[in-house]
Design a protein around this ligand. Structure first.
Ligand SMILES: [Zn+2]
Length: 400
């Protein structure tokens, strides 16, 4: 098989330029809700590199940046997807410094996911600069709000964005991620009856009742799914927060449990909720005393009704998607080792691309995802450069 890059020797990436660009965008804060400045900067930069740019307003002052490198055919043969927002700085020291130390760029968002974003932009910029003639077009969707209510990718869905295939550039340590779990955050409010702590038999202890709910949910077996080319994955449940009780001598009348249910392909939010409700109904009927409870989809940072209604679904790359083989081939050519196929327990927005837009999508990006959201967040420079090289090859193989 001819090496796509050898066929186009003029497509060169300049390592200093790639690293410098990544540093520049890490310097610009873009905590969720404040992506405006970075978005405008990227829009101008992409125009400067020769791409056609459109800003899609998502909420006031917050835009998705949609860019196209046009080919003979306007249809997109490959779309790169990245999110521009980051989580807050929390306790990270110098979160915007983008300093380089031990071959890593430090900073909030360096791994999640300005590295992948920079690699995709630099790959398209290198192709644009080369003047290579493209048979089909290449696209880039930079979205807002990934770390919160996913309004950016929901806006892509609203618009009906189309592409033959897509790469989510979230960090995968350059593994080929062929699917992700969904996440269903829910709250169960358990009600009791207040009484003085010296006469608990006159009340109903909401915390005790909540413990029974916890126990019942712990006993559930979570379904398994076999990911083509990877293996078995299983759903899970985490009880993250318990709220309840006022004082040691008062029988509590209210207790809230906040759960994170991770789902595997084949599980739908509605069915999972029905299953939980059935358990609660059983406890309400045969309980002694009966458990009075209220189930709702809830996450502290979710106020927007559409995302609560839709939820975040599991996704899996179609087993026959040519992109799997394409990434494997070009990863091998750049890295010299076969790519590891992976399915992530985390969630990412390949959900919207695969499930809503029907675009066969993989995740493949630079950076160690275990460093996401930590105070030690730092991006491997060699991985950043390798990702850029692989993206150039993928883009050329798809479009040239
Ligand atoms: Zn991310």
């Amino acid at each position: 098989m001819a090496d796509a890059l050898n066929a186009f020797p003029d497509v060169n990436i300049v390592p200093d330029e790639v690293v410098g660009f990544a540093q520049t965008i890490i310097h610009k804060p873009s905590v969720t809700g404040g992506e405006g400045i970075l978005g405008r900067f990227l829009g101008h930069a992409l125009e400067g590199f020769g791409l056609r740019v459109e800003l899609q307003e998502v909420t006031t002052g917050r835009h998705n940046v949609l860019a196209v490198l046009p080919g003979d055919d306007p249809a997109l043969s490959l779309l790169f997807h990245a999110h521009m927002d980051t989580v807050p700085f929390v306790a990270m020291v110098n979160p915007l410094s983008a300093r380089i130390q031990d071959d890593h760029i430090w900073g909030r968002g360096s791994v999640d996911q300005k590295g992948g974003l920079a690699a995709a932009v630099m790959a398209l910029a290198a192709i644009a600069r080369s003047g290579v003639r493209l048979r089909s077009s290449l696209g880039l969707a930079l979205v807002v709000d990934e770390e919160a209510e996913h309004r950016g990718s929901m806006a892509l869905v609203e618009r009906g964005l189309q592409a033959r295939q897509a790469v989510v550039t979230e960090p995968s340590g350059l593994r080929l991620v062929v699917g992700c779990k969904g996440t269903l955050p829910f709250q169960i409010r358990v009600r009791g009856k207040k009484a003085h702590g010296c006469r608990p038999w006159l009340g109903v202890n909401a915390i005790h009742q909540a413990l029974r709910v916890m126990q019942a949910l712990e006993d559930v077996e979570y379904p398994e799914y076999v990911v083509p080319g990877y293996g078995k994955v299983r759903g899970s449940l985490n009880l993250g927060v318990i709220e309840g009780g006022l004082a040691y001598n008062i029988v509590p009348d209210e207790c809230s449990l906040w759960f994170d249910r991770r789902t595997v392909p084949g599980e739908a939010q509605e069915t999972v909720l029905e299953g939980i409700q059935a358990i609660l109904d059983r406890l309400a009927e045969d309980g002694n005393p009966p458990v009075e409870s209220f189930l709702s989809v809830a996450r502290p940072d979710w106020n927007w009704a559409p995302i609560r209604r839709r939820g975040l679904w599991p996704a899996v790359t179609p087993a026959d998607a040519p992109l799997r083989e394409l990434v494997a081939r070009h990863h091998l050519a750049v890295i010299g080792q076969p790519v590891e196929t992976y399915f992530t327990d985390g969630y990412n927005e390949m959900d919207f691309l695969i499930n809503d837009l029907g675009i066969p999508t993989v995740q493949y990006g630079p950076g160690d995802s275990r460093l996401c959201h930590t105070d030690e967040e730092r991006l491997s420079v060699p991985q950043l450069l390798d990702a850029t090289r692989v993206y150039v090859r993928l883009a050329l193989a798809a479009a040239a």
